[in-house]
Design a protein around this ligand. Structure first.
Ligand SMILES: NC(=O)c1ccc[n+]([C@@H]2O[C@H](COP(=O)([O-])OP(=O)(O)OC[C@H]3O[C@@H](n4cnc5c(N)ncnc54)[C@H](OP(=O)(O)O)[C@@H]3O)[C@@H](O)[C@H]2O)c1
Length: 262
């Protein structure tokens, strides 16, 4: 990692974001860490090799009215943000038929509108410098909608459309986009998943628990920050679903009714 890069990571208080912060800090990047739990961000800052090269910016991505203020604040400690890692996210465990519309809206607010708002707030500074990189943590579910994840799938699919357009618009201004699509990663994600009535699922899914470690996933993302590919698929054999969708959609449609990982 170039030690000149300033990387702003949302969702840095746990899981993939936390592991990515540690990996990038060890590589010499300067970091701005965001999430709602300020105490966890500060503890993470102190675990980094040089805490003076790490700033903490607590925020709720769903509070889009403050996105501009947050983007300005993020640029204060190190003078700019070179790489924005949109990693904060929540998931869902409920069938469409059981899911209140408010839950669909909540997931879109966090996973989609929160990302869009911070992107719009930061983009002008990148265009002015003719340089910038958005790294967007989507999911295999950003390509393949699976059972009990309708709103989550919708929010991640929406990110692909938004950022495909931004990649084209940003080309002339040196603004790059990398979409990261993890499969199962062993994190707390399903603990905070929303049920159909908006309550918290509170269970660790077996499928995620058996997945790759956050550190392994973070390592792949760190490499993508260096190499700036358009997309990265990270995970085990579940990643094959993305290729099935592209090359054998009929076969995938016959398989998906039998896939209902909790
Ligand atoms: N784990 C997997 O299997 C998997 C697979 C594919 C994609 N992903 C994606 O990977 C990303 C990271 O998830 P993870 O697996 O590392 O789960 P995680 O451990 O639950 O981390 C989620 C992070 O998002 C933050 N967050 C949630 N709501 C927020 C809000 N309103 N404002 C600001 N921050 C918020 C959380 O921090 P606070 O609670 O402190 O705010 C936490 O730091 C997500 O976008 C997820 O969709 C995960």
């Amino acid at each position: 990692m170039s030690n000149e890069k300033v990387v702003w990571i949302t969702g840095a208080s746990s899981g993939i974001g936390e592991a990515l912060a540690l990996e990038l800090a060890r590589g010499g990047a300067k970091l701005v860490l965001s999430a709602r739990r300020a105490d966890r961000l500060e503890a993470l800052r102190l675990r980094c090799p040089d805490p003076a090269r790490v700033a903490v910016l607590p925020l709720d991505v769903a509070d889009t009215t403050r996105a501009k203020e947050h983007a300005e604040t993020a640029q204060v400690p190190f003078g700019r943000v070179d790489v924005m890692v949109h990693n904060a996210g929540i998931t869902q465990r409920s069938l469409v038929v059981d899911t209140a519309l408010d839950v669909d809206r909540r997931i879109m607010e966090v996973n989609y509108f929160g990302v869009v708002a911070l992107t719009k707030a930061l983009l002008p500074s990148m265009i002015a410098r003719k340089s910038g990189h958005f790294v967007v943590v989507s999911s295999v579910v950003g390509y393949v909608g699976t059972q009990q994840r309708s709103a989550y799938a919708a929010s991640k699919h929406a990110l692909h459309g938004f950022f495909e357009a931004l990649r084209a618009e940003g080309h002339a201004d040196g603004v790059k986009v990398t979409m990261v699509c993890p499969g199962y990663v062993s994190t707390d994600l399903t603990l905070s998943a929303l049920r159909g009535d908006g309550s918290v699922h509170g269970e660790r899914a077996a499928s995620n628990a058996a997945g790759m470690s956050p550190a392994q996933c973070a390592h792949r993302i760190a490499h993508a920050i260096e190499t700036q590919p358009r997309e990265v698929y990270v995970g085990g054999r579940e990643v094959a679903a993305i290729y099935l969708r592209r090359f054998a959609p009929g076969l995938l449609a016959r398989i998906l009714p039998r896939v209902n990982a909790t």
